[in-house]
Design a protein around this ligand. Structure first.
Ligand code: AR6
Length: 165
């Protein structure tokens, strides 16, 4: 099932939360900064051993001091107008994160709205890709119990509510 909540992803008690990271995996602003603050310094130390991450791919670490057991770090595309493969790369972020969820036997996962902050992906288009990609994956993977879309703003919440109706 899919669920939408408004709030801070770092407060969620789920198997995994997804981080909208950058290719270095060494932290940054936005949700990345919040997750690193919540997890504590062991997270950046672990991330430093992973050799970075390509756009559209994902890597998993423990959640350390977070309520979530794991953090799945994915790197969304920077929006350059939509003709540079951005939609496929964004869909790949959701798919790769869900594949790691299945590989690790996890059942509950929460996503932020990847690429829609610093990376400037238009929120409505990103929301459609998130919902379409996740629902297609869930049709093939009943072992995932719950996917939560975490909306930081009321605007995001409304977009996701419409897209999941
Ligand atoms: N919980 C849920 N969503 C959040 C939170 C939070 N605590 N904080 C922000 N958001 P962004 P990006 C929302 O900029 O666009 C970083 O510096 C935010 O409102 O965090 O993928 C990385 O290191 C927006 O809707 O990620 C990269 O360099 C969404 O999360 C770069 O930013 C994503 O915004 C990645 O940019």
């Amino acid at each position: 099932m899919m669920e939408i909540v408004q709030g801070d992803i770092t407060t969620l008690n789920v198997d995994a939360i997804v981080n909208a990271a950058n290719a270095s995996l060494l932290g940054g602003g936005g949700v990345d900064g919040c997750i690193h603050r919540g997890a504590g310094p062991k997270l950046v130390a672990k991330c430093a051993t992973l050799g970075g991450c390509k756009t559209g791919d994902a890597k998993i670490t423990p959640g350390y001091n977070l309520p979530a057991k794991y953090v799945i770090h994915t790197v969304g595309p920077v929006w350059h107008g939509g003709k540079k493969g951005e939609p496929d790369l964004l869909a790949s972020c959701y798919r790769r994160s869900l594949e790691l969820t299945v590989e690790h036997g996890l059942r509950t996962i929460a996503f932020p709205s990847i690429s829609t902050g610093v990376y400037r992906y238009p929120k409505d288009r990103a929301c459609d890709i998130a919902v379409e990609t996740v629902s297609a994956f869930l049709e093939r993977h009943e072992e995932i119990e719950k996917v939560i879309f975490v909306c930081f703003s009321q605007e995001d919440f409304s977009l996701y509510r419409e897209a999941t109706l």
